[in-house]
Design a protein around this ligand. Sequence first.
Ligand SMILES: C[S@@+](CC[C@H](N)C(=O)[O-])C[C@H]1O[C@@H](n2cnc3c(N)ncnc32)[C@H](O)[C@@H]1O
Length: 262
Amino acid sequence: MSGFDIRWLDLREPADRRARDAGLLAAALAAIHRAGTARVLDIGCGTGSTYRMLRTWLRSTVQWQLLDRDPRLLAEARRRHGGDALTFVEGDLAELERLPLEGAALVTASALFDLCSADFMARFVCRLRRAGVGLYAALNYDGEMSWSHRHPLDDEVVKSFNAHQSRDKGFGAAAGPDAWSILSDNLHAQDFRIMTAASPWILGGQDAELQRSLLDGIVEAVAEEGNLSAKDLQDWHAYRIAAITSPVSSCRVGHQDVLALC
Ligand SMILES: C[S@@+](CC[C@H](N)C(=O)[O-])C[C@H]1O[C@@H](n2cnc3c(N)ncnc32)[C@H](O)[C@@H]1O
């Protein structure tokens, strides 16, 4: 799978910040502060979005390890945060035994698990249990997408987009919209204490660029699925782009946050 665009990650970051469930975020921060050790491992870190979000509330003694397999994103994270007290790890999550989990206060992730397969999540949760480390996994896409200004093809487009989300993203067939519930079931089965909460993007006029980029991505994915005609898809796209600038227009993209503590 090709890497994630830095511009896309930057565009989504303000919406992610607003969307994170405040209760789960507070509980994750408290878990980090309670832990005797003060090391947090952020997996699939991208350019460091989760670190930027959490560091505001954390003691400066907390050490961060940012792990990603994409050297381009890690280089950008290093460029932005090279002076901070954190380390960067280039690594593939698929190599579970090599993950530096032992002794971590918490593992964090955002916008990651919908890329993963059910099989990977089962193995990952066993690995977490063995290391005795909890997980804060925010912003897992849950398959719900809707707009205040309806279009007759919305449901069909979302259905096709969700089918596309299940394509292999490097872990085998991705769990896509089902990821957060599969992850939660696995965590439950391994006796973690779990909390989940909805963390939807609510996008308005201030997110016009993010909405345009999202729509372009949806159209590309749905075209690859091939269930809608090119003409229908073009009409839907044109309608949605025009609606972005219309007053009181909004778009809701569903996510779920998951917190699992030992
Ligand atoms: C949607 S991005 C989210 C990035 C960041 N957490 C954020 O919220 O901006 C998913 C991230 O997971 C990383 N990733 C995907 N598969 C991975 C793997 N097998 N091992 C390590 N990182 C992976 C990607 O390189 C990318 O940085």
